[in-house]
Design a protein around this ligand. Structure first.
Ligand code: GLU
Length: 510
């Protein structure tokens, strides 16, 4: 099979590439790499009205970010180029002319207003939309008259009026369409650009594409393509229509379901390995249990046989979980490289720049377990960087009653004091913090084991559970109730900062 496999990713640059587009790209890439074949990128930019500035770059950037390298296409060239359809207009025009000459296509002069009126009527009568074939039967004389009026015609395909169009889909098996349900579709528009159907078929043939793996939504185009292959005397490729991607509510995935542009995932701090793994499982599986698979493993195991017929559910939750798995596999050094840019953009401006890599190297092992995406790092670790902590959200833990936000949440009336229960240990906060401050001042060395050796016994001395004392100290030195392991965190913060913060917490209590 190896030198026979030539697959393509053929995006239209009509917007930013979303998860569905890139899943198609990935499946084609995996299929090509599995068989040692070629992966081709072809830009289908023939719909001038829908072209979006920057879309081609965004598509190529997404592929590059995910490591989906292409053997032929924009930037790399290849034997079957150019790979931008807008640079191949002559080829499509010649094909359309040939079809007209053969009697498989005809010129249509119907003005837009007529087509629109026809459509309105069809909608009103609840008839299927489609061209009524008026120009299919024009006489030579009528045609000459229309030409003389200076109307630029479109080229339409002469779809058979009856019979069935059949093809084998590698995922769905035999697919049958009634020819009567397909109208005489346009091949060449009056602006000289081909339609998707014509350009797609001509290029898949000329570029020697062996397998077309594309989204489900194109299934209804395939009978048109089959007709075109036949009329042009081309051998059709194999087809595999990939299952639809659904949101958690089982409707077609859309922006409503969260970030669906792949570039956004990059910018939010997902790892490319995790996104590749996640996308591979949107409609494909190795078995019914294996979730985590690296790129090589995916290439080794990918097969069309294991692509499912039914829609694939996109779960943002699962992507987050999977990204966490890949994050925990990174070495400290790799993670430092990855998080520094996110700290740089996420930490408040008051934090000195450039962010010290040596310092980040101390913090990363403490936060790695809790991070799911890179952009969370600033929120998880900001207390390692900022000068002043904001204790308002943790006042309750310091024995202060409710902070303003909590009062609002629990609907305590303004001016009224909260009289509900305090977290355990909070009423002993002043004495606990004061004693801890003294002990820490006197501690000869401020490393994690020394801190533990003095703070553990202190809890008993104060009549607190260790968890209660540690909870108080955590709040005092980090400003939050959940943070990385306490002693390591304090060691990284250093004596001076810890003492200052415990002092500040105490001052707040007074
Ligand atoms: N240009 C089409 C798209 O944007 C390609 C469909 C196909 O692969 O045939 O998805």
């Amino acid at each position: 099979m190896s030198d026979l496999v030539r697959v393509r990713f053929a995006p239209s640059p009509t917007g930013m590439p979303h998860v569905g587009n890139i899943r198609t790209a990935l499946f084609n890439w995996l299929f090509a790499r599995h068989h040692g074949g070629s992966f081709i990128v072809r830009i289908e930019d023939t719909d001038v009205t829908r072209r979006v500035e920057g879309a081609v770059e965004a598509i190529l950037d997404s592929l590059r970010w995910l490591g989906l390298d292409w053997d032929e296409g924009p930037e790399v060239g290849g034997d079957y180029g150019p790979y931008l359809q807008s640079q191949r207009l002559e080829i499509y025009r010649a094909a359309a002319e040939r079809l007209v000459k053969q009697g498989d296509a005809y010129l249509c002069y119907c003005p837009l207003e007529r087509l629109e009126e026809m459509r309105r009527e069809q909608v009103k009568k609840k008839q299927p939309p489609g061209y009524d074939r008026r120009c299919r039967a024009l006489t030579e004389k009528e045609r000459a008259e229309l030409e003389a009026q200076g109307i630029t015609p479109v080229v339409r395909f002469k779809t058979p009026l009856e019979g069935q169009i059949r093809f084998q889909d590698l995922i769905r098996g035999e697919v049958v369409f009634e020819a009567a349900t397909i109208d005489d579709f346009v091949l060449l528009k009056s602006d000289g650009y081909p339609t998707y159907h014509l350009a797609n078929v001509v290029d898949d043939h000329l570029m020697k594409i062996s397998h077309v793996l594309r989204a489900d939504e194109w299934l209804s185009s395939t009978p048109r393509h089959i007709l075109l292959y036949k009329a042009l005397g081309y051998e059709p490729p194999e087809f595999a229509h990939l299952p639809m991607i659904l949101g958690s509510d089982r409707s077609k995935l859309s922006k409503r379901h969260g970030a669906t542009s792949v570039i956004e995932y990059r910018d939010k701090g997902y790892l490319p390995e995790a996104v590749v793994n996640f996308l591979a499982l949107l409609g494909w599986s190795l078995d019914d249990k294996t979730e985590i698979m690296g790129r090589d493993e995916l290439v080794r195991n990918f097969s069309i046989e294991r692509i499912s017929k039914t829609g694939a559910i996109f779960s943002q939750e699962k992507l987050g979980w999977m990204n966490g798995v890949y994050m925990r596999r990174l070495s400290t050094e790799e993670l430092v490289e990855q998080v520094v840019p996110f700290l740089d953009s996420g930490l408040p401006q008051t934090v000195k720049r450039p962010i010290s890599r040596d310092y980040v190297r101390l913090i990363v092992p403490l936060t790695q377990e809790r991070m799911r995406i890179l952009s969370e790092v600033s929120e998880l670790a900001d207390f390692f960087f900022v000068d002043e902590l904001d204790y308002r959200s943790v006042d309750l833990y310091l024995g202060m009653g409710l902070g303003a936000d909590e009062q609002r949440l629990l609907e305590v009336k303004p001016g009224e004091r909260y009289t509900g229960p305090l977290p355990y240990g909070a009423e002993k906060a002043p004495i606990a913090l004061r004693t801890a401050l003294e002990k820490l001042q006197a501690l000869p060395s401020f490393d994690a084991p020394s801190l533990e050796s003095v703070l553990r016994p202190l809890a008993a001395e104060l009549g607190l559970k260790t968890g209660e004392l540690f909870g108080l100290l955590r709040v005092a030195v980090t400003g939050r109730t959940a943070a990385p392991p306490l002693f390591q965190t304090m060691a990284v913060l250093g004596r001076e900062r810890c003492l200052r913060r415990i002092g500040a917490a105490l001052a707040r209590l007074k």
